[in-house]
Design a protein around this ligand. Structure first.
Ligand SMILES: *Cc1c(COP(=O)(O)O)cnc(C)c1O
Length: 338
């Protein structure tokens, strides 16, 4: 059974090329599940895009990124003496570490006197970073390559970024996350001597939704009478067909937030019972014969049971059906780039 991400390579790459052309200095973000494509494939694409630097999320992702991408790698998780001191790749000259405190900086420089670093500012995200008041000193002490800022989703970032620029007046290189092209343009006109580099994942890899599609196999189909039961929970089914498809919780099916439930009522149920418990009451993300059937019960680990209503022509075993899902929570069995 397979749950596959199909990618129209020419279309996918054309969309990426356009994003890179529109955002000079872009730093592609390669992290987590690799936005559904897998991190190695994204590293290969970053090489093709000929960018000088990518960003990974954590130190755990460093060894595979070093192997798959030949240029600089910014680690977005901050270096912490208490956590990362023993990592074998710390001394690799292609790494750029993120620093948020003086003790972490001092510790890293004892281990690796020439380690390259950026300093992260603590924005309204409040995830990690040095407060603006401490930024100037840390930048000076670290001889940092740049300052990084991670902004919340949305707009209205320019004022916040400006306050950091004023806190570190000598720093010319700024790595920014979740800043729109128009905000970048306004920063560039205000600070023509500075370089602003956008760290981008979703808007790069998932730029053209029509360039990729998740497909699942139909594994079994059987007619059912109203009230017949099926599944782990032996729930009664409506009349129609029970369709078994590949794709379950291990692929990220139905792992999305309750907000993806269709109606206010199903959202309320999802919140009350947990998304998986509520799954049989919401439409599944599978499109079968032009409809979105409901789950017969919460998805299994690798397949899902769907209740196809009466009057809808059932698919055949071996057919493929499409699956609507967010790729940031997708773990396909295979990625096919054609
Ligand atoms: C994940 C992440 C990004 C990329 O986010 P997208 O929304 O996928 O573009 C950028 N910066 C930081 C610090 C991140 O953690």
């Amino acid at each position: 059974m397979t749950f596959t991400l199909h990618v129209d390579g020419a279309r996918w790459r054309a969309a990426m090329d356009a994003v890179v052309a529109a955002r000079p200095g872009i730093v592609p973000v390669v992290k987590g599940n690799g936005y559904g494509f897998g991190r190695d494939l994204l590293c290969a694409e970053a090489s093709r895009l000929d960018v000088p630097m990518i960003a990974v999320g954590t130190y755990v992702e460093v060894p595979s990124a070093l192997a798959a991408f030949g240029r600089d790698i910014l680690v977005m998780e901050p270096y912490r003496a208490a956590i990362h001191a023993d990592l074998p790749d710390l001394g690799n000259r292609r790494l750029v570490h993120t620093i948020t405190t003086r003790p972490d900086l001092d510790h890293l420089r004892v281990l690796q006197p020439t380690a390259r670093v950026v300093v992260e500012g603590l924005t309204s995200m409040k995830r990690f970073g040095a407060p603006a008041a401490a930024l100037g000193d840390l930048v000076a002490a670290s001889d940092a390559l740049g300052v990084t800022l991670h902004l919340p989703l949305g707009t209205g970032h320019v004022a916040e970024i400006t306050s950091f620029i004023e806190a570190a007046p000598g720093m010319r290189r700024w790595y920014l996350s979740h800043v729109s092209p128009s905000e970048l343009a306004s920063l560039r006109s205000r600070y023509p001597e500075h370089r602003f580099l956008a760290r981008v994942g979703t808007d790069l890899w998932l730029a053209d939704r029509s360039a990729y599609e998740v497909r699942a196999h139909v594994l079994d189909v059987r007619p059912v009478a109203k009230g017949e039961t099926a599944g782990y929970r032996q729930r009664p089914l409506p009349a129609g067909h029970l369709v078994v498809v590949s794709g379950g919780t291990s692929h990220g099916v139905a792992m999305e937030s309750p907000a993806s439930a269709a109606t206010a009522r199903s959202r309320a149920i999802a919140v009350a019972e947990g998304v998986l418990e509520a799954a049989h009451r919401v439409r599944s993300p599978f499109t079968v014969a032009g409809v979105s059937p409901r789950f017969a019960e919460p998805p299994h680990m690798q397949c899902s049971l769907l209740a196809l209503p009466e009057g809808v022509a059932p698919p055949r075993v071996g057919d493929t059906v499409t699956v609507r899902m967010r790729l940031t929570t997708a773990y396909p069995d295979a990625v096919v780039v054609s």
